[in-house]
Design a protein around this ligand. Structure first.
Ligand SMILES: [Zn+2]
Length: 298
């Protein structure tokens, strides 16, 4: 297969140079499969250590224990006590199993996690001061995770970030952009795809087939449909890349927004943003969408 080298612009006007020629440059750093180093008895997020976290806000109960639980972040980015950075910062532990990666929790557990996520988003929006909830997951050191037990975070803010308003303004452009993406998996309500102008190697998106604003408005069937696509997509990204660090960003529409449709971005951190990216010149990606699609499709 010939190298693909070209420049493209995504729906937000971000320029990416796809340069597969760069993938051939010598690498002196190996990416190795991460191992869990903290024993469960010392893990803040493991069953039996609930006293190590702030008081629980919700849980999906299991007999004598739990399947998923949520609680305030001990080291918050926003707090109801802070006037200048008002908000809430919560953690959802997606699995009681310390050893499991997010891609390994199984479909029923993924459903439980998404149902709890829906409940927490709804609960946090009950605070009238909250205008937006940022939901994300950092998997692995390279993606900014500080605790290795798999978890997702919610930061409820008293403002709607400018970047979200811009995504909403560009909804039409986003729809066109997604239409041009290479499809990976599809079921009744959702599909996953490789966008045309990805900033990250193997960057993968998940989007609904019809407009859906936020998980808080999704019914059970839609949540189960999302569980299946999310799990299978993450599993492909994980296995094809030797279990990389990655971020999952959930772009939900703000409650009063009538235009924006949700989407999810899975961003594997297989390369580090360096001078070119930090200078704002654009982004370099040495895996073309075509190549990423062929690899993940397998
Ligand atoms: Zn643990």
């Amino acid at each position: 297969m010939a190298d693909e080298n070209y420049k493209c612009t995504d729906y937000l006007g971000r320029t990416v140079i796809i340069s597969e020629a760069r993938a051939k440059r010598p690498r002196q750093f190996e990416i190795s499969k991460p191992r869990k180093v903290v024993p469960p008895e010392k893990c803040y997020f493991c069953p039996g250590n609930e006293h190590m976290t702030p008081p629980e806000t919700d849980r999906i109960p299991a007999e004598k224990s739990w399947f998923c639980r949520s609680f305030p972040n001990k080291f918050p980015a926003a707090s109801p006590l802070w006037k200048e950075a008002y908000g809430h910062h919560e953690v959802i532990v997606e699995t009681p199993d310390h050893e499991k990666r997010f891609s390994e929790i199984g479909e029923v557990q993924m459903q439980r996690f998404l149902l709890l996520l829906k409940r927490r988003v709804r609960a946090l929006y009950k605070d009238k001061k909250v205008n937006y909830i940022s939901v994300f997951k950092n998997e692995g050191l390279g993606a900014g995770a500080s605790i290795e037990h798999s978890h997702t975070q919610l930061v409820a803010l008293d403002f709607v970030p400018e970047s979200i308003m811009e995504i909403s303004r560009k909804q039409k452009e986003k729809e066109k952009y997604i239409k041009g993406a290479k499809k990976l998996l599809s079921n009744k309500h959702f599909f996953s795809c490789i966008p045309f102008c990805p900033r990250f190697h193997y960057e993968t998106w998940i989007a609904p087939k019809k407009r859906l604003s936020c998980i808080s408005k999704m019914n059970e069937k839609e949540i189960f449909s999302l569980s299946e696509i999310l799990l299978k997509t993450i599993d492909a990204v994980d296995r094809k890349n030797s279990y990389p660090s990655y971020n999952i960003l959930y772009f939900f529409a703000p409650p009063k927004d009538r235009k924006m449709s949700m989407h999810i971005e899975i961003l594997p951190r297989l390369s580090t943003w360096a001078g070119f990216e930090l200078a704002g010149s654009g982004y370099l990606n040495s895996v073309s969408p075509k190549n990423a699609h062929e690899t993940l499709k397998q």
